[in-house]
Design a protein around this ligand. Structure first.
Ligand code: AMP
Ligand code: GLY
Length: 458
């Protein structure tokens, strides 16, 4: 299949790694026809998973959702790590006209939209209008992520369990709601904020300051505080039917022990051995299907990845947020465990055929990912520092997020630099593989959490 992947992060690198792994018995270089230098830097970057393709990866099943496929994958704009495994093209992924023209000119059979910005910009609508299969919701359904007020309204109408919330358009309204809900305070920017719009704090002054800051950009939501374990559950949707992927847990705070500010995500693991067996079915019935049906009934079907951000409270599951795309870094631990070919699932969703597929299957192997971040992340990341040791790691895959190749050497170009991904028979093994690789990789001032999946390993 000729596939175009939009985006430039570790999530897109993980999606491409998964698509490439469908072609059994071929090296990455042969699979994508990458250049000699591309193929060799793929292994140098660890992107081809020295251990994973040989022993660490469970390999895709050749059953249910189809035989091994041979794909031609292009990423736009991709990143330096992605460029070591597939061709990249420098086009603006948020421009529906440009993306559509590129897809038509290059006989693209499936477009996979990674990040939220192109979704909220309506790129999926532009592609669909020209009959190009696209995995990603149109602008109207993507508002599930792009507007927390819209998401709350859909949840209310669909009877989906979520925390109480008040929308505030002025500081006076925000302060009234803050005092009404009481501590701990939860204040959220209404629109997209790259993981930085949410503050959960016992400090009333900090809550008021956060509301003041984000009110300059739009309205804010003040919410009831929900206590419990968090779960990220991904559901593939064709607008009417959903199929679940394996649950994961994200580490949102920057420092060990859930200290420090919220980030885009510092690590993740999958599966979640502590969840009850009925959990996924319960969420499908109480959250995913009502939401999908509500959107379909409004004429804005959700075709893409419904990311349910959930808290398991003493009173049952509550939605804290929806995203309209794969989560990052959760994707890095969910997809390596997926046995069913990813391309078949996403194409079936894009073409309304999901109802004919069985549930995706997952390996019994577990996965852990740890994000390496630049000094100063999330507030003020210091960049352009070299990353060494990538060629020497074993038994892991590396998903690049913010790297560039300068003079043959990778340098960090942003806050979350890369994800180290390890599989294992159990969490102790997966953790030791991930952290052994992080001992070898060096980035001046770089930092990462040392407690990812620690609780489940113990
Ligand atoms: P969000 O961007 O909405 O996922 O929020 C980021 C993080 O803030 C979540 O992963 C939770 O850890 C925390 N959070 C958000 N909403 C709540 C809430 N109502 N109660 C407790 N924690 C929350
Ligand atoms: N890891 C959280 C997100 O992708 O939004």
């Amino acid at each position: 299949m000729r596939i175009l992947v939009l985006g430039s992060g570790a999530r897109e690198h993980a999606i491409i790694t998964s698509l490439l792994s469908e072609t059994l018995g071929e090296t990455l270089g042969e699979t994508v026809g990458a250049s000699e230098s591309g193929a060799s830097s793929a292994s140098a970057s660890g992107a081809s998973a020295s251990g994973a393709s040989a022993s660490g990866s469970p390999g895709k099943s050749t059953g249910s959702a189809g035989a091994p496929r041979h794909h031609h994958i292009t990423a736009a704009p991709g990143n330096a790590g992605i460029a070591t495994v597939v061709p990249v093209v420098a086009l603006d992924p948020t421009r529906g006209d440009i993306v559509t023209q590129y897809a038509l000119d290059n006989d693209i059979e499936l477009v996979i939209i990674g990040p939220e910005a192109p979704l909220v910009a309506g790129v999926a609508d532009a592609l669909r209008q020209r009959g190009i299969p696209v995995f990603g919701p149109g602008k109207a359904a993507a508002a599930l992520e792009g507007s927390k007020t819209f998401a709350k309204r859909i949840m209310d109408d669909a009877g989906v369990p979520t925390g109480l919330a008040t929308r505030a358009g002025s500081l006076a309204e925000a302060i009234e709601a803050i005092d009404e809900f009481g501590a701990p305070y939860v204040v959220k920017a209404d629109g997209l904020a790259a993981g930085k719009g949410v503050l959960v704090t016992p400090d009333r002054d900090a809550a008021v300051a956060h509301a003041t800051f984000w009110l300059a950009h739009g309205s804010v939501l003040v919410e009831e505080f929900l206590a419990g374990q968090e779960v990220s559950l991904f559901l593939v949707s064709d607008g009417h039917t959903v199929l679940p992927l394996s649950p994961a847990q994200d580490y949102k705070r920057v420092f060990d022990g859930d200290e420090g500010p919220n980030t885009g995500g510092m690590g993740a693991y999958s599966p979640l051995p502590w969840l009850p067996d009925t959990f996924v079915d319960d969420v499908i019935e109480s959250v995913a299907l009502p939401t999908i049906r509500q959107l379909a009934s409004e004429g804005t079907p959700f075709i893409g990845l419904l990311y349910c951000g959930l808290i398991v409270t003493d009173d049952g599951v509550r939605v804290i947020e929806f995203n309209a795309r794969f989560g990052d870094p959760e994707t890095q631990v969910v997809l390596p465990r997926l046995l069913t070919p990813l391309s078949g699932l996403l194409l079936a969703a894009a073409t309304g055929q999901l109802g004919s597929l069985p549930r995706p299957e997952f390996s019994t192997d577990v996965a852990v990912t740890v994000v390496l971040a630049s000094e100063g992340y999330p507030e003020n990341p210091l960049t352009n520092r070299p990353i060494t040791g990538l060629a020497d790691v074993e038994n892991v895959t590396i998903a690049h997020a913010a790297t560039a190749l300068v003079g043959g050497e990778f340098v960090a170009t942003g806050g979350r630099v890369l994800s180290v991904v390890a599989l294992g028979a159990d969490f102790t093994e997966a953790r030791s593989r991930a952290y052994a690789a992080l001992d070898i990789i060096h980035l001046e001032g770089g930092h990462y959490r040392t407690d990812v999946a620690k609780r489940v390993a113990e």
